[in-house]
Design a protein around this ligand. Structure first.
Ligand SMILES: C[S@@+](CC[C@H](N)C(=O)[O-])C[C@H]1O[C@@H](n2cnc3c(N)ncnc32)[C@H](O)[C@@H]1O
Length: 404
């Protein structure tokens, strides 16, 4: 057993070394890597020097989502050349602070070199960004220090993600939150990719499934886990890699919500299971504890529940009730799969489907259309597993045929 643990540690160390060398080389060459972010380089170029923008290796825009508030302490895991840190520096203002952690000396050197110029361009008396050398799974940051954690295409590169998630929970203050962009896969990565060290640096070999990613964060203590954006990225050997940005909370340990409270699910789901394992039925009020009430006051739970001091039943005629039925038309199987991306562990729609968080479920054209509606959309990622289009015939389905 002890030998096995040493073996895993050695393997993890070797992956980390190979990833670090990869990024050291990339930053030295100014190579283009990973997927393009959605940051507006023209805007960032007003205060961030070109050499930093050139090595922007993220897969999302965690700082571009109005998540960063003035005066906050922000931590960026795997800060690279510093692009997200510098944008966060602008958003927190001179009263706020940003900490960037990276394991690669060459990345840290680039970021540190340009920090004074960024501060000057922003009109700050001195840089409010501190770049520290360290690992995502052993962060050089004290307990409960941080308001917001960001990260852009880094955690997939860490071999021991459970340790990273535990570290995130440790450094966040109670009431803090994270918004991270990363690459996930629609199915477990096979061994031949896991053992291909070169592909780790490409953000492929280390990708977790949504189920495992969310599960790891939940095990570390986070709640309210949900996807903010999801963009299909690459398909390799039938595996769909998706760039996601997700958010979650480290709830405070004391709550100001009055007790007792009741929550009524408004829809569009007919039924949901929340992260604590409690089932709610549309329109039926249910008593909730203070912790749940405080969680349901946050996005995206707050959009799906009415929380009140007294039970508030909702009839199907009530304008606050949302139900979306599939159109009365034949359905076509086009290769679409829907993945529930939280915060619920499971949900049911009005057409007999049960979706479980992180588990792709094949859906027909009618259901695909239902899930495009604005009240469903934030809770799902959809992928198309049909390789070159399909020629499936339309099928008439009803409650007895059970085709969808
Ligand atoms: C894909 S780049 C992203 C850099 C930056 N976030 C951006 O958006 O440009 C990954 C960065 O994470 C760093 N990194 C990878 N694994 C790490 C780990 N386990 N601990 C600390 N840094 C890590 C690498 O050195 C590299 O700078």
């Amino acid at each position: 057993m002890a030998n096995e643990a040493v073996g895993v540690e050695e393997q993890n160390h070797s992956i980390t070394q190979s990833v670090s060398q990869r990024y050291a080389k990339a930053v030295t060459n100014g190579e283009q890597l990973c997927c393009p972010t959605g940051y507006n380089h023209e805007d960032l170029g007003k205060f961030i020097p070109e050499p930093v923008l050139k090595v922007s290796y993220g897969c999302g825009t965690p700082v571009g989502l109005s998540t960063v508030q003035s005066g906050e302490v922000v931590l960026d895991i795997g800060s690279g050349g510093g692009i997200d840190c510098f944008e966060a520096s602008r958003k927190v203002g001179p009263q706020g602070r940003v900490i960037g952690i990276d394991m690669t000396d060459e990345m840290l050197a680039l970021a540190r070199t340009h920090a004074p110029a960024v501060a000057k361009n922003l009109g700050y008396p001195e840089p409010n960004v501190d770049f520290r050398k360290g690992f995502a799974d052993a962060m050089p940051v004290g307990d409960d220090q941080v308001d917001l954690i960001i990260s852009n295409c880094v955690i997939n590169l860490a071999p021991d993600k459970k340790k990273v998630f535990r570290e995130m929970f440790r450094v966040l203050r109670p009431g803090g939150r994270f918004t991270i962009s990363d690459i996930v896969a629609d199915q477990p990565i096979p061994n031949y990719l896991i053992h291909d060290k070169a592909k780790w640096g490409d953000c492929l070999s280390g990708a977790l499934t949504i189920k495992d990613y969310w599960g790891g964060l939940r095990d570390a203590g986070f709640t309210g886990l949900h996807q903010v954006t999801g963009i299909p990225w690459r398909v390799i050997d039938g595996i769909h890699f998706v760039s996601v940005t997700l958010t979650g909370y480290k709830l405070a340990s004391t709550f100001s919500t009055p007790s007792p409270a009741f929550a009524t699910l408004t829809g569009p789901f007919s039924q949901v299971v929340d992260e604590m394992g409690t089932t709610f039925y549309r329109g039926k009020p249910q008593q909730i504890d203070v912790r749940t009430a405080s969680l349901f006051a946050l996005a995206p739970y707050k959009d799906r529940f009415i929380v009140a001091e007294r039970p508030l039943p909702l009839s199907s005629q009530d304008s606050r009730t949302i139900a979306i039925y599939p159109e009365e038309a034949p359905c076509v199987w086009e290769g679409q799969f829907a993945v529930l991306t939280g915060p619920f562990l499971a949900v049911c729609d009005d057409d007999h489907h049960t979706y479980r968080c992180g588990e792709p479920l094949e859906i027909c054209s009618k259901t695909f259309n239902v899930l495009q509606s604005p009240s469903y959309q934030p809770y799902f990622a959809t992928i198309n597993r049909a390789r070159e289009g399909v020629t499936s015939e339309p099928v008439i389905c009803g409650t007895s045929t059970g085709c969808c």
